[in-house]
Design a protein around this ligand. Structure first.
Ligand SMILES: CC[C@@H](C(=O)O)C(=O)SCCNC(=O)CCNC(=O)[C@H](O)C(C)(C)COP(=O)(O)OP(=O)(O)OC[C@H]1O[C@@H](n2cnc3c(N)ncnc32)[C@H](O)[C@@H]1OP(=O)(O)O
Length: 252
């Protein structure tokens, strides 16, 4: 299995479990995430959701380039991109707080998954970057839309996306992307974070989340995420993108 799910003490956890591939997202992971969302949406007992990756090297390295490099045209790439954008919209609009435990490197779509969460708690060794630009594409899973909603400074968001660099946990905290940096063991740090979250009644968290969702519904966040997927699909068919992906895969 490419993923794990755990439901315990009111916390639902989804773990991408492909550490050898730095937890790259393939169709199996997408289907697992869809199944996980269905379970969470139906289960009235869940107070918090956690998304993470297996191991301590990576949270998620984005889309699995070895599985998706066969897409040559916009028409081929768009269904995959819009499917994941739709799943990340559902993740972000779950009625309870959604926490990304960024246990290691997050790049490309990995940053988009974390950005779809309400809180991003980072292991102190974690690094992250919207590196899609280095592949001659933009974010395609709605991550830029999520950033423009969640970070205050428009210019910093543009810089984060356009420079396509990988940043340290400390830099990500300064930019406002990281909610908190966990010192020491990330699992222990997460437990402390959850203890603080749990000290407030779940209905309070849910009431504030409802306000966020109302805003996102009003300003058509879902439609903008799908438009972002379409824009990425257009760039996907360029020669520059195919060359950059071939370079990564041949460098293996
Ligand atoms: C498709 C959606 C799009 C979006 O909308 O955002 C994207 O996500 S585009 C971005 C895709 N991701 C990348 O370009 C990242 C590629 N990976 C890396 O840059 C690095 O692997 C890393 C994440 C910085 C980790 O580096 P390191 O710890 O040194 O590991 P390796 O590079 O040696 O990787 C180990 C192993 O895993 C394979 N791998 C890693 N990421 C991917 C990936 N995204 N797709 C496919 N395969 C991946 C890598 O090739 C190595 O394989 P082996 O050589 O066979 O061990």
């Amino acid at each position: 299995m490419a993923y794990k799910m755990n439901f315990s003490e009111g916390i639902a956890t989804f773990t991408i479990d492909r550490p050898a591939m730095r937890n790259a997202v393939n169709y199996e992971v997408m289907d697992g995430l869809e199944e996980f969302l269905e379970k969470v949406e139906k289960d009235g007992e869940i107070a918090f959701v956690v998304i993470t990756g297996s191991g301590d090297r990576a949270f998620c390295s984005g889309g699995d380039l070895s599985e998706f490099h066969g897409f040559r045209t916009m028409q081929e790439a768009y269904p995959m991109l819009s499917k994941m954008a739709g799943l990340l919209y559902r993740l972000s609009t779950l009625p309870m707080p959604v926490i990304a435990l960024v246990n290691g490197t997050a790049v490309g779509g990995g940053c988009e998954i974390a950005s779809a969460c309400d809180y991003r708690v980072l292991a102190s060794s974690a690094k992250a970057g919207f590196i899609q630009g280095t592949l001659a594409i933009t974010s395609g899973w709605g991550g830029a839309t999520q950033l423009f909603e969640k970070l205050d400074r428009h210019d910093l968001v543009l810089k984060l996306l356009s420079e396509a660099k990988i940043h340290t946990a400390q830099e990500l905290k300064e930019i406002g992307w990281a909610t908190e940096i966990l010192e020491g063991d990330a699992e222990v740090g997460l437990q402390k974070f959850m203890k603080r979250m749990k000290s407030i009644h779940p209905d309070v968290h849910k009431a504030y989340k409802k306000l966020s969702i109302a805003n996102w519904t009003h300003n058509e966040m879902r439609e903008r995420m799908i438009e972002e997927a379409r824009q990425c699909a257009q760039l996907w068919e360029s020669e520059a993108h195919h060359l950059a992906v071939a370079k990564f895969l041949n460098g293996k």
